[in-house]
Ligand binder design. Sequence first.
Ligand SMILES: *[C@@H]1O[C@H](CO)[C@@H](O)[C@H](O)[C@H]1NC(C)=O
Length: 405
Amino acid sequence: MKLTTVLLVFGVVLSVCQAQSDTGGEETGGEEEHVELFTTPTAKMAAATSDFGYNLFRALASREAATNIFLAPISVSAALTQLSMGGSERAEQQLFRALRYHTLQDPQLHTTLKNLLASVRTPGKGLSTAARIYLARRLRLKQDFFGLVEQQYGIRPKALQGGTKDVKEINDWVTQETGGKVQRLLTKALSRNAGVNAVSAAYFKGKWVTRFGQNGVMENFQVDGGVPVRVSMMKQDNYPVKMGADSDLSCTIAQIQMQDDISMFIFLPDEVTANMTLLEESLTAEFVQDLSMTLLPTQVSLSLPTLRLSYSSDLLPLLSDLGLSEWLDNPDLEKISAQAAKLVSLNHKVVMETAPEGNQYPSATSAASHLSYTVDRPFLYLIRDEASGALLFIGRVVNPKDLRI
Ligand SMILES: *[C@@H]1O[C@H](CO)[C@@H](O)[C@H](O)[C@H]1NC(C)=O
């Protein structure tokens, strides 16, 4: 996907032409200079986990057409990477391919991931995550695996007794790791012949740089093929964003800065539609990195639904969409057990909140913004760590009315 189609309209055409010629003239001629976007091991790892995340999101989005869906893919990467340590070399390769690690050529892969996870979880960023492997005790587990994962990731896999106590144990651990925010990850007992279960969860508290002056304004949100619903909006004039319109994807994109080098990208289709297939297909780490360098700063009158949401799903079926059908049948978890062990669940739960607060006030110019960006119809958004480029959170909102924690 080329960014040459991103052009700002909105009557600021002159400054746009200026900016585009300043940024290297990709517009002129056919010969494209290939710029290596991701250079450090951390940036490459961030791009790999993001690409896995976009693939996982696409898989979920196509199975759950036209519904609200949310993921914190980096925590799923973390859980599956822990699991990869229990597999044969061949099984590890299969998992690494799905996780997009096969291009990294990073001998310190686990350390790079561990450091990336630590950096995106620094408290100011507002993200907490949990990822752990739970194993049925009846598998006669190899103790070395527990030590291996604990030594690398500081989280010890856990043997399960079988029964209702397991559910409480897992849920309590996730709740504790997410500061009490993600509760009841499991709502029913694990399957009786439970083999290997991978659990991942995340809580994200969005902290804007620029605060919203108005909150809880009830406005119409036009859902696809239905009557408008009333939703609570945050609103602010003269709000600094970066913005661009993509004519190929028929959407306008805004990047809103959050504290500690996090940002939210919103992809707002021009039309009211819950079918965002085209947009979903275009998402890659490279595409979003390009966007972050192409969108142009401006000030808008911004209206954004107040998002408070909780979403959970067993992502296991999606793995076959990511090329892991063969692995699912035979994951070769020889370092976990001499018996044939399979992954039987990949439970994932996310909670996200946004509030109008921010640590800065918008500029107090007397004239109101000429441009407005009103998120009053189905949209996609993602939360990205700008320092590393890692995708932290991704969601499709088709009806905010259905969202609750
Ligand atoms: C969604 O849009 C794509 C193209 O943008 C189209 O191919 C597909 O059929 C649409 N899906 C539905 C369910 O309408």
